[in-house]
Design a protein around this ligand. Structure first.
Ligand code: COA
Length: 568
């Protein structure tokens, strides 16, 4: 009875939610064109952005080649399998999906692993946003490197945080054996994928898998633990130990198909639920499975309503290309962040909050493609006043259920320590920043962070850095991620006069290290973020993220969420 009542309540609220229309708004316009006074800084930033864009293109090309020509030929001609991009084309409604961590796996101590050996992202299947995790078997047989495991776990986390169905396309030789000690034993390593699968099922997050290649050892648990699995004849195999292992153990010669092919698992073991003759059929089947999920998306809007929404989604007054000259090449090349905001929001409109107080942090409301967001943007060092203001605004958004967008450009720590004469103020500042961190950590609304410049020191935590669990975190290619910035380290090194030369050498070494390690591509290669995006694409990426985040409002069965969340 109680359950029935709850179901009625859920249905009723979701229906009324569909009928609701957003309150009309006409926020003030930020009319901030470029002025001659900005020219010098703008051009220096633009020059740097162009260099970063070239690097972005160069790395994108490298990633697109996957495991290289020979591996692609082996995959398509000898193994008769589709490339991962073609598989995604068959699975998703269109090519307009949000790829996550495109550069993950590049520049690691154990080499370049394009796409970390698997593509992840969020795309639409029959109109529903779903996370996908798809092995690229052209990269060392789709084996899992430590970075592959990290990427898979992050994609599952995205599914959990945003309550998105998750589809696994499996074509993997299991653990990359030479690095087994970094893949197998620890908490957030291989086994965690399976643990998450169970918890996700308990949370009613649907999981579907398609076995379209090898699925050996631990990897075989992904399809067996998913709620529904499709397997492709002759292409998919699934076993704990392959034919060579069987021969070594028993002397018996067995074909992969007889040991763990699609027919065996569909007819005998029951490990898979759907048999597909070809890959094309398997992806069609996966799309049909998604159609059985209990979501009700909002009805197609009436024409008039559509037109009104489009009007709400006015374009910014200024070209997004101008963001390239506003993306700071270093902290000292930052222009007023309101110029960035005015190139991201609908109609360049912005309802500023506490405009006269704590002006080194800009806070206020705006719409992005019709979605209301609360923006928190650095405009200098996070002072006592600005941190207080930040806490206040974050709590306001939490109370009103408005998603938060952080535009992060935090100061290198040495810049902060320069104000040593104001010891009392510094202590107050600490307290206020701590409060802002608490406000951000405890806010239950979705959060998106875009690092538009620096991600330095403790301020980056208050601005919802990676450890503060934003739903999505992206970097502009000019972004710098390090405790302190290049050139600021000297203030932090102590020496007396005799050791001056040694100090200088240490400083030079550390600066060289910072230069390399703080680059956005270094960060993204290690999966400290969800990807590097070009500044001019930011509005589109934010639109996708906000649409994705909103989808959970349309899922009908939401019970058990809280208790399952406690186990993550
Ligand atoms: N660890 C490390 N390297 C592996 C690997 C593994 N588990 N599985 C495959 N590779 C490497 C191969 O050595 C080869 O490297 P190379 O290109 O430098 O020569 C590359 O991946 C591709 O493998 P190959 O066998 O040539 O390709 P394939 O398409 O014919 O077969 C597999 C791919 C995955 C089916 C096959 O390699 C295989 O069965 N691997 C062993 C799987 C296994 O037992 N895993 C247990 C993990 S616990």
């Amino acid at each position: 009875m109680m359950e029935q009542h709850q179901q009625c309540f859920v249905r009723h609220t979701s229906c009324t939610a569909n009928m609701r229309t957003a309150l009309r708004s006409a926020f003030p316009v930020l009319d901030l064109p470029l002025q001659p006074i900005h020219q010098h800084v703008y051009e220096a930033n633009l020059h740097n952005s162009n260099t970063c864009r070239n690097k972005f293109m160069e790395l994108s090309e490298k990633v697109t080649k996957g495991g290289g020509e020979n591996a692609i030929a082996r995959h398509t001609q000898r193994n008769k399998k589709l490339l991962v991009k073609d598989r995604l084309r068959l699975l998703l409604d269109d090519e307009d999906f949000l790829e996550l961590s495109h550069f993950a796996g590049l520049g690691l101590p154990y080499g370049d692993i394009p796409s970390a050996g698997c593509l992840t992202g969020v795309g639409k299947i029959n109109g529903l946003w779903c996370v996908f995790i798809a092995n690229d078997a052209t990269v060392k047989g789709g084996t899992a490197y430590p970075i592959t495991v990290k990427k898979q776990l992050r994609a599952q986390e995205v599914a959990i945080q945003n309550r998105l169905p998750c589809v696994y396309l499996i074509d993997s030789g299991g653990a990359f054996l030479p690095l087994q000690s970094e893949i197998f034993p620890d908490k957030n390593q291989g086994g965690r994928t399976f643990y998450n699968e169970a918890i996700m099922s308990a949370m009613k997050i649907p999981q579907v898998s398609v076995v379209c290649g090898s699925c050996t050892a631990g990897g075989a648990y992904i399809p067996t633990m998913a709620e529904e699995t499709v397997m492709v004849h002759r292409i998919g195999t699934m076993f704990l130990g392959g034919p060579p292992l069987v021969k070594a153990a028993t002397g018996e010669e067995v074909t992969p198909e007889n040991l763990g092919g699609a027919r065996l698992h569909a007819e005998v073991s029951g490990c898979v639920d759907h048999f597909a003759w070809e890959e094309k059929d398997a992806f069609e089947c996966a799309r049909n499975i998604i159609s059985t999920l209990n979501f009700t998306l909002p009805e197609e809007e009436e024409d008039e309503e559509k037109m009104r929404r489009r009007k709400d989604e006015e374009k910014p007054l200024f070209s997004s290309e101008e963001l390239l000259g506003l993306a700071p090449r270093s902290y000292t090349y930052s222009l007023d962040v309101k110029m960035v905001i005015s190139r991201l929001t609908d109609g360049s409109r912005f309802q500023e909050f506490k405009a006269c107080f704590g002006t080194t942090l800009i806070t206020g409301f705006a719409k992005i493609h019709g979605h209301l967001v609360g923006i928190v943007a650095n405009n200098g060092q996070l002072s006592y006043q600005s941190a207080l203001k930040g806490s206040h605004f974050v709590q306001l958004c939490d109370q009103r259920d408005v998603p938060l967008l952080f535009l992060q450009n935090t100061a290198p720590s040495a810049t902060l320590t320069l104000s040593s004469t104001q010891a009392e103020m510094n202590s107050n500042c600490l307290k206020a920043q701590g409060s802002m961190m608490s406000a951000v950590a405890c806010a239950s609304v979705p959060k998106i962070t875009v690092v538009i410049g620096g991600c330095h020191g403790a301020d980056s935590y208050a601005m919802c850095g990676r450890s503060f669990d934003p739903n999505f975190l992206f970097l502009w290619p000019n972004a710098r991620v390090s405790l302190t910035a290049v050139g600021h380290i000297g203030h932090l090194l102590h020496s007396d006069n005799e050791q001056e030369e040694e100090r200088k050498n240490t400083e030079n070494d550390l600066n060289r290290m910072l230069e390399e390690e703080s680059s956005a591509f270094f960060s993204s290669g290690r999966l400290w973020d969800d990807g590097v995006i070009l500044p001019q694409d930011t509005r589109r990426v934010l639109r996708d993220c906000l649409n994705i985040i909103k989808q959970q409002n349309y899922q009908l069965s939401t019970e058990k969420l809280q208790s399952a969340l406690l186990r993550i």
